[in-house]
Ligand binder design. Structure first.
Ligand code: ATP
Length: 774
């Protein structure tokens, strides 16, 4: 439950602004709101409210360049603004030059930033010798042909799938799953080939059953069900299965894919035609088990639960229980009529649970579904992480780093990292950036794709996601017939990163056909590409050439951390991961939460210098109107890279001010971001302490100049997801796969907390109007 004072910054930021010039109140910054409030009261009678004065000392009409509904104060910035433009150096925040009412200046993203607590020294082993990959195919002479697999299957892997040697988990688990009828729990690093680990034994056993005499065919029944937590993962598993079944002697084996978000009617038709291996998401399978009489699961001999912990996290426990009950009942009915055991298939149904991480939820699922299970683990250990007792590890060759960057500098730091990544290595390079919520993905996607056309049309979109979302599944079919139609992928160019780079976005609020097309195009992109996404892309996805994973918003649990970074450094390849942290308690994350991992610290200044100093900004980023720039560009004696970074940020702020639609995207993103922050697991709340967040600074990183308390949203229209700043958000953006649940789960608590906070403030202060509360 949120505490009442967690939202204090929503209301206090305006208070600070009311006193204008200083980012601090009587020298007091941060800390408890009561202290800041007392300091404010002491000052209250001494000072009047200053008029807005620009960097050159001219009095400004503050709405000159803003939309008509902008409040004058909104240009003062959300960050207790009009502070000195001099950058607060590490540790000297309180000694930053005091603002001066005679010459107040516009806030700079470089001013009044809290300094990191830990000394800014490089740590870790960034330049150490590369570690030996721990999820690579073995080079010790191990071969599929010696693991008990049918020769046809083993040679198919080598000759047609270009997979010549097993990985460690495959070598351990495949022979056991071939020879044993026991349940199993497979735990191995991300990217270590777990999909083939469970597919090979079951395909082998069905294949050898046909060699035993009885010809099986697509009507012989469904022998295996594979459940995946997300549609994307389901589709990927299905693709690997299709590759495996493309061997001529396996053509008769027919897989069926049933996922939420697809047309049920066509799925029913496919089920009626018959199939032997079903790949499904739990919700849709449960639906078909209840409503599709032609779905015969009485023969099922394998139930694979891929990403088992995620299945449980997404609230599928009840659905899984329903599925297990239905499978048991139907198997029982079948056994009364006789079974297929004479073919050499298992006597009983084998359940295999699979994950790179093991947590309580997996154990619970194990209790529900496994009996006397084998625990199958990779035998390969990394030098750095040779403790077998650890519940999860990242591949040893994956270079993990973190960066401590102030809230106001987050956006420019991200820009810098992305620009730098593609300057260094352009071709085929892919980057994935994780955000905490769908709204934040939307904002950053719009920010980096920067379409001036959109702004001129005041919100019209060239290939907008709205347009895309309205297109139905039928249109996907049409688009196949008419190749000239534009792609339905949520894809754009990224002029603020590099004009040659493609930008994609993926989250659970996008229509399924857009998600599918987007992922497909990102997968096949030959040039540089960046994917902005939520955790919908964190589990199991195998996307080629992902060199860098950026966690712009930290994950919700340590398991999520491992899965997110596991999108790179797969099957023995190199990869890098970078985690953004705020100065303060978040700095404890690497040691307190990820103690077992080896993270290098990257220095924020260096990153910015490299991104903005070594190469001129792309032309597209330099579109700040000169007069606007003259009025609102803070004066800085800073280096060129600082100027460039400020200009970049200023342009985003200008775009937010210029377009109602973009402004709403930014506001929505800001609010969802804060709400999402409140949902970090209880065990990590000391590190992700919402009371420490400076909401004004965070608003700034979304290009917002309004005070946090002023950030209100109009109704969102037909989807009606947001009715006001604190309005209850409908949960209709959560799909059957549970995407974005984290984003909203504490919403009601936060709303109540905000109400309580406002009430309390009114009672105690009796100056509500000045604080703009209400
Ligand atoms: N023996 C092998 N040799 C080479 N490549 C392999 C081998 N086995 C699997 N791969 C490849 O490794 C990549 C990762 O495989 P897979 O997606 O099954 O990993 P995973 O362990 O399930 O990862 P995650 O935990 O992230 O879901 C895929 O591209 C797959 O084709």
């Amino acid at each position: 439950m949120a505490e009442p004072d967690i939202l204090v910054n929503f209301d206090l930021a305006p208070a600070a602004n009311a006193f204008g010039a200083s980012s601090s109140i009587n020298g007091i910054r941060g800390g408890r709101w009561k202290d800041r409030f007392r300091a404010k009261k002491r000052l209250q009678n001494k000072r009047g409210r200053p008029s807005f004065i620009d960097a050159d000392g001219n009095q400004k009409s503050t709405n000159a360049h803003s939309r008509s509904h902008s409040k004058p104060d909104s240009l003062e910035g959300p960050d207790h603004d009009r502070v000195s433009i001099n950058r607060a150096k590490a540790g000297n925040e309180h000694s930053a030059p005091k603002s001066n009412y005679d010459q107040p200046v516009i806030s700079s993203i470089f001013s009044s930033n809290p300094a990191p607590v830990a000394k800014a020294e490089k740590t870790g082993t960034e330049n150490a010798a590369p570690a030996i990959p721990t999820n690579a195919p073995l080079k010790d002479g191990s071969a599929f042909s010696t693991m008990g697999l049918a020769p046809a299957l083993a040679s198919h892997l080598v000759n047609n799938m270009n997979i010549s040697a097993p990985t460690s988990i495959q070598q351990t688990a495949v022979p056991q799953l071939i020879s044993s009828d026991s349940d199993a729990f497979i735990q191995a690093e991300t990217g270590s080939g777990k999909t083939l680990t469970y597919l090979l034994p079951l395909v082998h056993r069905i294949y050898t059953a046909t060699l035993n005499g009885d010809k099986l065919h697509r009507d012989s029944g469904c022998f295996a069900i594979i459940l995946a937590p997300t549609r994307e993962l389901g589709r990927q598993i299905y693709t690997v299965l299709m590759q495996l079944l493309s061997h001529p002697s396996l053509h008769w084996l027919v897989p069926i894919l049933i996922l939420g978000g697809e047309k049920k009617k066509s799925e029913k038709a496919r089920i009626r035609k018959g199939g032997n291996i079903l790949v499904a998401t739990p919700g849709r399978l449960a639906d078909h088990l209840s409503n599709t009489t032609s779905l015969d699961v009485s023969f099922v001999k394998w139930l694979i639960l891929d990403e088992g912990d995620r299945l449980m996290e997404l609230g599928f426990e009840e659905t899984l229980q329903q599925i297990l009950t239905a499978l048991n009942e139907r198997a029982q009915k079948r056994s009364n009529k006789g079974s297929l055991t004479n073919l050499g298939l298992p006597d009983r149904r084998i359940t295999v649970l699979c994950s790179a991480t093991m947590k309580a939820s997996v154990q619970k699922l194990g209790d529900m579904s496994l009996k006397d299970a084998l625990y199958l683990k990779s035998s390969q250990k990394s030098d750095a992480t040779d403790d077998n007792s650890k519940s999860f590890q990242a591949p040893a060759q994956l270079k993990q780093a973190y960066i401590v960057t102030a809230a106001k500098l987050r956006l420019v730091t991200l820009a810098s990292i992305l620009r730098r990544a593609f300057i260094r290595k352009k071709e085929h390079m892919k980057v994935i950036v994780f955000f905490s919520c769908a709204d934040s993905v939307d904002f950053h996607y719009e920010t980096f794709r920067k379409t001036e056309v959109k702004e001129q049309n005041d919100g019209g979109s060239d290939t907008s996601s709205d347009e895309e979302q309205e297109a139905g599944a039928e249109e996907v079919e049409d688009s196949k017939k008419k190749p000239k139609r534009p792609s339905l992928a949520a894809k754009s160019t990224a002029p603020l990163i590099d004009p040659a780079v493609s930008l994609f976005k993926l989250h659970g609020s996008l229509a399924q056909h857009i998600r599918t097309t987007t992922l497909n195009e990102f997968f096949h992109e030959k040039d540089g590409a960046v994917l902005f996404c939520t955790d919908v892309a964190s589990r199991g996805l195998d996307l080629p050439n992902v060199d860098l994973v950026v966690q712009y918003d930290p994950p919700y649990s340590q398991e999520d951390y491992i899965h997110r970074i596991g999108r790179t450094a797969r099957a023995g390849r190199d990869g890098r991961a970078l985690l953004f942290l705020l100065p303060g308690c978040e700095e404890g994350y690497p040691s307190q939460v990820l103690g077992e991992q080896h993270l290098t610290r990257r220095l924020a200044d260096e990153v910015l210098k490299k991104g903005f100093g070594n190469a001129p900004l792309p032309r597209a980023a330099k579109t700040v109107d000169p007069s606007w720039k003259k009025d609102f560009m803070p004066k800085t004696s800073g280096a060129k890279w600082e100027q460039e970074a400020i200009e970049f940020h200023l342009d985003v702020e200008r775009r937010v001010l210029a377009s109602d639609e973009f402004s709403n995207v930014a506001k929505r993103a800001f609010q969802s971001h804060i709400r999402a922050y409140a949902t970090h697991v209880a065990a990590e709340r000391e590190v992700f302490d919402i009371k420490q967040l400076h909401l004004g600074h965070i608003a700034k990183s979304f290009g917002l100049r309004e005070r946090p308390g002023d950030i209100k949203l109009p109704a969102r229209g037909k989807s009606g997801t947001v009715s006001s700043a604190t309005g209850k958000r409908k949960l209709d953006s959560i799909d059957a796969n549970g995407d974005d649940t984290q984003e909203v789960q504490d919403e009601e608590e936060l709303r109540k907390a905000a109400q309580m906070m406002r009430k309390k403030m009114r009672e105690h202060m009796n100056i509500a109007s000045e604080f703009n509360i209400g």
